[in-house]
Design a protein around this ligand. Structure first.
Ligand SMILES: Nc1ncnc2c1ncn2[C@@H]1O[C@H](COP(=O)(O)OP(=O)(O)OP(=O)(O)O)[C@@H](O)[C@H]1O
Length: 270
């Protein structure tokens, strides 16, 4: 049976998620939703369950309760073929890029194309080179191996691979971790540009306050085993919770605010 996606439904929605490892409950009654073409930042303390949530949404971990829907479709009700067609709509940039070290950048980007698209080799090469260009890498990067790349270039190469199949949903796991402020800012700009160019919906785990302020339409806060608030930054900053107060009231948050998002501050305080 072929799959008809309801493109008016939220790209990603989770309801009543229960996740646990043995007796260790990670998520309980967790609801999460991302609207079309939004960039949502997922924040929470270390060990709060952000990666487990991403893995659950991706189907890499089965939830113990609740439902995950993509464009209105419950993942569990899909046939393997239907699940694959949803998976082809999803790109993931794991921390560190997760590139195959024995393959060149071009070959890395061609991996999903070889697996899921039945195309002539020459066309796959051209598509990979297009993605290299889209993520702002020089054409010469195509034949380099991951060990030849800087940290920022590795992220871009990982991003190019995540975009290989032209997904509509992109997951980013701490994309700016390990980048210097200029590199991080450039990566943020790239994500914004790609959202426009590719109509992407983006879910981004991050500890980077600058990124939250710069590019996120909404911020989802994972505390106490659930998403306590998933709202615009001003509303999140005004949310009454000790972790939120500490996170957004600290020195680093003040610096991020002073760096150029004064409109957000005044909005949240006004
Ligand atoms: N495979 C696993 N088996 C058992 N427990 C796990 C497993 N994976 C994660 N956990 C536990 O789930 C909890 C949440 O982990 P997770 O990695 O999602 O946190 P996080 O919010 O992503 O943290 P950080 O910001 O430090 O990366 C932790 O207590 C962790 O020990």
């Amino acid at each position: 049976m072929s799959l008809t996606l309801d493109m008016t439904a939220p790209p990603v929605e989770a309801r009543g998620i229960l996740s646990q490892f043995g007796p260790n409950v990670i998520h309980e009654n967790l609801d999460f939703r991302v609207n079309n073409r939004e960039i949502v930042g997922l924040v929470g303390g270390s060990g709060s369950g952000k990666s487990v949530l991403m893995n659950t949404l991706l189907g890499l971990k089965q939830q113990e309760g609740g439902v995950v829907r993509y464009y209105g479709q419950d993942r569990r009700e899909l046939t393997p073929e239907q699940r694959q067609s949803i998976n082809n709509q999803i790109g993931v940039l794991f921390q560190g890029g997760a590139l195959f070290s024995s393959l060149t950048v071009r070959e890395n980007i061609m991996v999903p194309l070889r697996q899921h698209a039945d195309l002539p080799l020459k066309l796959m090469r051209s598509l990979a080179d297009m993605k290299i260009h889209m993520v702002g890498l020089p054409a010469t990067a195509a034949t380099l191996f991951p060990s030849d790349l800087s940290g920022g270039m590795k992220k871009r190469a990982g991003l190019a691979r995540a975009l290989a199949l032209d997904p509509s949903i992109l997951y980013l796991d701490e994309p700016t971790a390990g980048l210097d402020p200029i590199g991080a800012s450039a990566f943020d700009e790239l994500i914004l540009g790609l959202r426009e160019a590719m109509d992407l919906t983006v879910i981004m785990i991050t500890h980077d306050l600058d990124s939250l302020f710069r590019i996120c339409d909404r911020v989802a806060v994972l505390v106490d085993k659930h998403i306590a608030i998933n709202d615009s930054l001003p509303n999140v900053m005004a949310y009454d919770h000790p972790w939120v107060a500490e996170y957004f009231g600290g020195e680093r948050a003040r610096a991020a605010l002073n760096a150029g998002v004064k409109d957000i501050v005044s909005e949240s305080r006004g």
